[in-house]
Design a protein around this ligand. Structure first.
Ligand code: ATP
Ligand code: MG
Length: 462
């Protein structure tokens, strides 16, 4: 605690400050309100102990200024004996406390300052705590996206999370199925219970059965003791069956039964085990086709498909790209403006066959390549070879396997030309091999300028 003592009886100020130092505080003193304000300007004070009656600015005036300019500083009033009315007035105006100048009053000041110091550290501990809670809450809901499709998926997730309904998450690789599954658990009333994930495609059939349902001692060679399965591990929590499309036909009946009756037997046993488990599944496989081809049981499909949530591919929600880029930059500890406008547009125009995962990898790679500089299109792996080299007419982009949008490409090239030409439209038109008039009409088409806006007027280089 750094304390400033103010009293126009300077001897008294000095004395109080000395006693406060003896009590372990940092304390200095001044002989009036004006000097006090000058001293406070320099910063670093936690409390002011001031005499009430002084030459102007007096204690009340000092209090008013401190409350307004340095609200974190506590003010303690010293009053002459019998000035209780004014002292109470001071409390009303935000003084922390007051003391009457009688015998041993500095001891009282010490006690007040100690209390003040304690409540300060409590407050800051509290602030730290709520910051932590807030960041935990944010981490629990890390789904980023503003596009209507993303919002719709999140809305569904929020609604179904609190129920015990089985959820089927569908979407291409990297669209966030895993993330949504974890979010569903985090938002559910089971969030305090276990979160168990099994990748159904990662284990051979024989092992998968015992992984899911456990086994009894001696069930097979090597089963030296009884082992619980993941269904049991997930008791009172959530079991996430990822890549459910890879579930072998032979296990599908047992799975269906386990989901419907919450009861199953361990491998090599016949004692029924009952669990309380909420099931979430995910796949990027066309389950309907698989049902037709009889590689996936129809009854299981219907049971899992009670509440489907489809996560659209990133190319269908380009509006999410800027947010996701910012999110990835933040996760990597980089500022949001680490990337330049052209690179951001190139990202928004790219089709991301690997979806959000590819976007993450693209940004992480670009961050490494860019080092201390801003990320430009040059650092984007997919844009490599797509940056025109010195206006060469021989530069022809290759259409990526998943195709491209000519409109998006044209708009991007126009924006790049305008940027390179610093807004000078004649220069931009030259870069693109267009007349200025044609450039104008294409800019209009892409909403880059209002129709008929200054066709022949100069206004160049703005
Ligand atoms: N909306 C989103 N907001 C923030 N991060 C996201 C979002 N969607 C996906 N991600 C991130 O993208 C990466 C891939 O997502 P995830 O693993 O959930 O995809 P998936 O659909 O399970 O893919 P796969 O089918 O390949 O298993 C993860 O790092 C995830 O955190
Ligand atoms: Mg996944």
């Amino acid at each position: 605690m750094n304390v400033l003592v103010v009293d126009d009886e300077i001897k008294n100020a000095e004395l109080v400050a000395a006693e406060l130092r003896d009590a372990g505080f940092t304390a200095s003193h001044v002989g009036g309100g004006a000097e006090a304000l000058a001293k406070l300007e320099t910063g670093g004070f936690d409390a002011v102990v001031t005499d009430l009656r002084m030459r102007p600015p007096d204690g009340m005036a000092l209090l008013a200024t401190i409350r307004e300019r340095w609200p974190a500083i506590s003010v303690i009033m010293m009053t002459a004996y019998g000035a209780l009315e004014t002292a109470r007035e001071a409390l009303k105006h935000g003084a922390r406390d007051y003391v009457e100048k009688e015998r041993d009053y500095v001891d009282v000041i010490v006690r007040i300052l100690r209390e003040d110091s304690e409540s300060r550290s409590l407050k800051s501990a509290n602030a730290t705590l709520s910051a932590t809670v807030e960041s935990l809450r944010r981490d629990a809901l890390p789904v980023v996206g503003e596009a209507p499709a993303t919002r719709a998926a999140l809305d569904l997730a929020r609604k179904v999370a609190v129920t015990d309904s089985t959820v089927l998450l569908r979407g291409e690789s990297g669209t966030g199925k895993d993330l949504f599954a974890r979010t569903l658990h985090a938002l559910s009333k089971r969030s305090g219970g276990p979160w168990v994930k099994v990748n159904c495609g990662a284990l051979p059939e024989a092992l998968l059965e015992s992984e899911l349902f456990g086994h009894e001692k001696g069930a097979f060679t090597g089963a030296v003791k009884q082992k619980d399965g993941r269904f049991e591990d997930a008791h009172r929590g959530t079991l996430f069956l990822d890549e459910i499309g890879e579930m072998p036909m032979s296990l599908q009946v047992k799975l269906l039964q386990a989901i419907e009756e919450k009861t199953f037997t361990r491998v090599g046993g016949n004692k029924p085990v009952t669990v309380d488990v909420r099931i979430i599944t995910a796949t990027n496989r066309p389950l309907e086709e698989m049902v037709k081809a009889r590689t996936f049981r129809e009854d299981l499909f219907f049971r899992l498909n009670v509440f489907p949530i489809v996560l659209p591919p990133l190319r269908e929600r380009p509006g999410d790209v800027p947010r996701l880029v910012e999110h990835v930059l933040r996760k990597q500890g980089a500022p949001a403006d680490k990337i330049d406008a052209a690179a951001l547009r190139a990202l928004a125009g790219y089709s991301f066959p690997g979806n959000v995962r590819e976007l993450e990898h693209t940004i992480e790679r670009a961050l490494i390549l860019a080092g201390a500089d801003a990320i430009t299109t040059e650092h984007l792996s997919f844009a490599q070879g797509a940056a025109p080299q010195g206006g060469s007419a021989s530069w022809i982009p290759t259409i990526p396997p998943e195709g491209l949008s000519l409109e998006v490409l044209e708009k991007e090239l126009i924006l790049q030309a305008l940027e390179r030409a610093a807004g000078n439209k004649s220069a931009a038109a030259r870069l693109l091999g267009l007349t200025r008039r044609t450039l104008y009409s294409r800019m209009e088409k892409h909403g880059l300028r209002a129709p008929g806006e200054g066709d022949d007027a100069e206004g160049e280089g703005e």
